[in-house]
Write a protein that binds this ligand. Structure first.
Ligand code: NAD
Length: 252
């Protein structure tokens, strides 16, 4: 059977979700589980992964750690059909503020981390009848936002990575897409807001910047990821789906 070419159900599919212990990754994990997908959440904090997902210790900045985690998933579940490349870290400042070590640290997690997980999983995806990769990008990939040069650059690379991988692997039956969230109400944003002089005022201002008038909920991004990861989107590859309350494209 040609991969991704016939109607498939999500039942019996197996997904790996990086950063699956928190925020968007945890929401994507829940949305996949709700579709009958079995999920292994790869995270620095595997103990914080909610059952019935299986938490597996993994640092996406380390190739051996990623390879070991993928081998572990393949052994436990017998297959891997879906990769959700979601683990990422923040960076703030202008080019004057981040030194080489910081650039390499953030790009190593946010960009090369996705490469490592996709590369390790590819042999398994090639055997799947419904293979899909979903990368967590950001609206910052294509917006100029002050003091986010390193983070935005990393997400610009994720955008390019998504399109290039979609082209490379389409004839192997592997679909590659991304989601581009605006601000999402996860522990990540909560940490950033907590640093503000007036966290509530900062939250109100962030809500107002989104045409929908609020941050996205992690579940809204998780649903978009689950759609792109499962056969419901079998006709879609090489897209970046905004889940951003209209912040990227709308001017009110
Ligand atoms: P979060 O901090 O709530 O969760 C991130 C998870 O990734 C954590 O469980 C953490 O332990 C894990 N992680 C971090 N480094 C890791 C590593 N080296 N190896 C394995 N796991 C690691 O963050 P979130 O808001 O859910 O963000 C998830 C993704 O969404 C990131 O790629 C982020 O860039 C992207 N994103 C977030 C927002 C937002 O507003 N929250 C907006 C756009 C894009």
């Amino acid at each position: 059977m040609a991969a991704n070419s016939e109607a498939q159900t999500s039942d019996s599919l197996v997904a790996v979700v990086s950063g699956g212990a928190s925020g968007i990754g945890a929401a994507a994990t829940a949305a996949l589980l709700a579709r009958g997908v079995r999920v292994a959440a790869l995270d620095l904090k595997p103990d914080e992964v909610a059952a019935p997902a299986v938490g597996i210790a993994c640092d996406v900045s380390d190739d051996t750690s990623v390879r070991d985690a993928v081998a572990d998933v393949a052994e436990r579940f017998g297959r891997i059909d879906i990769v959700v490349n979601n683990a990422g870290i923040a960076a703030q400042g202008t080019v004057a503020d981040n030194d080489d070590d910081e650039w390499l640290r953030v790009l190593n997690v946010n960009v090369v981390g996705m490469v490592r997980l996709a590369r390790a999983a590819l042999p398994h995806l090639r055997k799947s009848p419904a293979a899909a990769i979903v990368n967590t990008c950001s609206v910052f990939a294509s917006m100029g936002v002050p003091r986010r040069v390193l983070y935005s650059t990393s997400k610009g690379a994720v955008h390019s990575l998504t399109l290039s991988m979609a082209a490379d692997h389409v004839r192997e039956g592997i679909r590659v897409n991304a989601v581009a969230p605006g601000a999402v109400d996860t522990p990540w944003i909560q940490r950033i807001l907590a640093q503000a002089a007036d966290p509530q005022e900062a939250r109100d201002a962030l809500n107002d910047r989104h045409p929908l008038g609020r941050l996205a909920r992690p579940e809204e991004v998780g649903e978009a990821i689950a759609f792109l990861a499962t056969p419901a989107s079998s006709g879609t590859t090489g897209t970046v789906l905004a889940v951003d309350g209209g912040i990227h494209d709308l001017r009110l």
